[in-house]
Design a protein around this ligand. Sequence first.
Ligand code: MN
Length: 136
Amino acid sequence: MTIPQQFEERIIFPVGEKIENEYFRGPAWLGVLVAPDSAWNCPIFNVTFEPGVRNNWHRHPGGQILLVTAGTGYYQEEGKTARLLNKGDVVQIPPDVRHWHGAAADSWFSHIAISTNVQQGDVEWMEPVTDEEYPE
Ligand code: MN
């Protein structure tokens, strides 16, 4: 499936390239808005998920901030109820907290992902979010 033109226009930022790794359950796209470097030390990505697609459980040693730009999705921290996300929502993910994020089952979803305190280390990927864990 390709990103519907109507949705892509709402995202504003470039959608980038399809993500080719095993840490996303289904198609997702990554646009590099600010590349990792030493000048700003603040990588920023545009991430777009096909309906129902989410990333694996993971943690960021330096934390992460999500700015929701389009569609409906979820953010869930381990041990807590999944939070429903809509455009305009801001998610502040504390360092080292296990979590996942992704699209709702019936909606495309896009967020900007800002990497914070990157000197603390790279993302650590864990197991997939199961259908039982994924919200109804
Ligand atoms: Mn994350």
